[in-house]
Ligand binder design. Structure first.
Ligand code: ZN
Length: 392
C-alpha cells in the first residue's frame, strides 16, 4: 500500500520513490508509487498535479485506498523523482483551510451547518443550512474569520480510533470507523478530514466573502482566500481604475457621475423623440402629397422598425389608406391600413404570403411587420405586396 505523505506532511513537494505498479485503464496509463504526496480528488478538494520521473501527471484518483496517478506517457524507469505543482497545492491548502474556519464560524455565529463545499478553478463556495444570511451577519462572519486568521492558530492533524473520535466535540461524526484523521484548529474546532491544510491559520492570509445566493435547502456563500483574494482585489481594482479614467472622475464620485449620465441620456432621448416626431409630421405630408390613390409605398435605406411603425401609425391615424414601408438596413417590411376592406387585414396577409420569402412576422388587422434573412428578400416581399396593392 502506498504511503501517503500528504497526511503527515502537507509541505512535501519533492521526493524520490519507486513505481510499484502500472494499471492500464480505458482513459490511459496509471501508476502507483511506494510513497506519494499527490493528493487525489476527495472531500471537495481537487487533486494535485505535477511530474513523476519528468512525465506530466494528468489526474490523481483514489481507488480502494490506493492512490493512482494518471501519466501522460509510460515512464522508462521505476526509480523516479517526483514533484507536485506547489502553486496549485498551496492554493488548495489556503482555500480548504479557509473553508474550515468559515464553516466553523458560520455554525457558531449563524447556527448554520455546512452542507457542501466546492473548490474549483472557477469559484469556491460552501452551501450552508440557512434560509437567509443578512448583509450585517455576513460582514460579522467575515470579520470573525479574518480575526481567526490573524490569531495565527495552529492547525494540526492526528489519527484516532472510533471511541476516541466519539469523545471529541466533532462538528460531524465521521462515516469511517477506523483510521480516523482529526484536524484540529486550535481553539476553533475538531473536524474529521482527509484534506491538506496549512500549518497555522495565518497562512490563509485573508478571506473575502464575495456574494451569496439561494440554493435548495439553504444559502451558497462564495468566497476567496489568500492569493485568490489578492487576485480578486487586483482584478476589481483594474476594472475600477479603467472606469474612473474613462469617465475622468474619482472612485468616490463614480456613482454620482453615472446618475448624472443617466439623467442626461433620458433628456437626450426625450429631445430626440421630439425631433423625430416633428420630422415625421413633415415627412408624412410629403408622402401624402406624392401618393397615388390610397397607397403610400416607400423604401428606406436606413430606418429602424420602430421608426417605420411610428410613421405608418401617424399616416393611418390621420388618413384613410394603405402604407407600405421597407428598410434595407434592417431587412424589414411594415404594412398598415385604415378603413380598408377585410381582404387588406395586414396580419393575415403577411401570415399568408411571408413563407415564400423566408420572412417571419405578423400583426393585427391594422398593422403588421416582418423580418427577413436578407434585404433582397425584404425588397422582393415589398415589391410583391406593392403589386398586390396596385391590383386593389
Ligand atoms: Zn480539511
Amino acid at each position: 500500500m502506498t504511503q501517503k505523505i500528504y497526511y503527515d506532511s502537507a509541505y512535501t513537494r519533492e521526493w524520490h520513490t519507486q513505481i510499484t505498479g502500472r494499471v492500464d485503464k480505458d482513459d490511459g496509463l496509471y501508476v502507483t508509487l511506494a510513497e506519494t504526496a499527490f493528493y487525489p480528488h476527495g472531500g471537495g478538494q481537487p487533486c494535485d498535479l505535477g511530474q513523476i520521473g519528468g512525465i506530466e501527471v494528468l489526474d490523481v484518483i483514489s481507488e480502494d485506498g490506493e492512490v493512482l496517478h494518471k501519466l501522460e506517457r509510460a515512464p522508462e524507469q521505476n526509480d523516479v523523482d517526483c514533484h507536485i505543482d506547489w502553486q496549485r497545492r498551496f492554493d488548495h491548502m489556503q482555500q480548504h483551510s479557509g473553508q474550515h474556519l468559515l464553516s466553523a464560524i458560520t455554525l457558531k455565529m449563524a447556527d448554520a451547518m455546512t452542507l457542501s463545499f466546492h473548490l474549483g478553478t472557477d469559484y469556491i463556495s460552501i452551501d450552508v443550512a440557512a434560509a437567509e444570511l443578512g448583509a450585517n451577519q455576513l460582514a460579522a462572519i467575515e470579520m470573525e474569520v479574518n480575526q481567526q486568521i490573524y490569531r495565527n492558530a495552529k492547525i494540526s492533524s492526528s489519527w484516532v480510533t472510533a471511541e476516541e473520535a466519539a469523545r471529541l466535540p466533532l462538528v460531524k461524526q465521521p462515516s469511517v470507523t477506523e483510521d480516523i484523521r482529526i484536524v484540529e484548529i486550535e481553539g476553533v474546532e475538531y473536524n474529521a478530514c482527509g484534506g491538506t491544510h496549512v500549518s497555522a491559520t495565518g497562512e490563509i492570509g485573508i478571506i473575502k466573502l464575495l456574494k451569496t445566493e439561494k440554493v435548495k435547502g439553504g444559502t451558497r456563500i462564495y468566497f476567496k482566500c489568500g492569493y485568490r483574494a489578492l487576485n480578486e482585489f487586483n482584478a476589481a481594482q483594474s476594472v475600477l481604475t479603467g472606469i474612473t479614467a474613462k469617465l475622468k472622475t474619482s472612485r468616490e464620485e463614480l456613482a454620482d457621475r453615472i446618475d448624472k449620465m443617466e439623467a442626461e441620456q433620458k433628456q437626450l432621448q426625450a429631445e430626440l423623440n421630439a425631433v423625430k416626431s416633428s420630422n415625421d409630421a413633415y415627412y408624412a405630408q410629403e408622402l401624402l402629397s406624392a401618393r397615388e390613390g390610397l397607397v403610400i409605398a416607400q423604401i428606406f435605406e436606413d430606418k429602424s422598425l420602430k421608426d417605420m411603425q411610428s410613421l405608418a401609425t401617424k399616416l393611418t391615424s390621420e388618413h384613410e389608406g394603405l402604407v407600405l414601408f421597407a428598410s434595407i438596413s434592417e431587412a424589414k417590411v411594415v404594412l398598415a391600413q385604415n378603413g380598408q376592406p377585410p381582404e387588406w387585414a395586414c396580419g393575415p396577409f403577411f401570415k399568408g404570403n411571408l413563407g415564400a420569402y423566408q420572412g417571419k412576422g405578423g400583426g393585427s388587422d391594422k398593422m403588421a411587420q416582418a423580418g427577413f434573412a436578407s434585404s433582397e428578400d425584404a425588397i422582393a416581399f415589398y415589391e410583391f405586396t406593392k403589386d398586390q396593392l396596385g391590383h386593389h
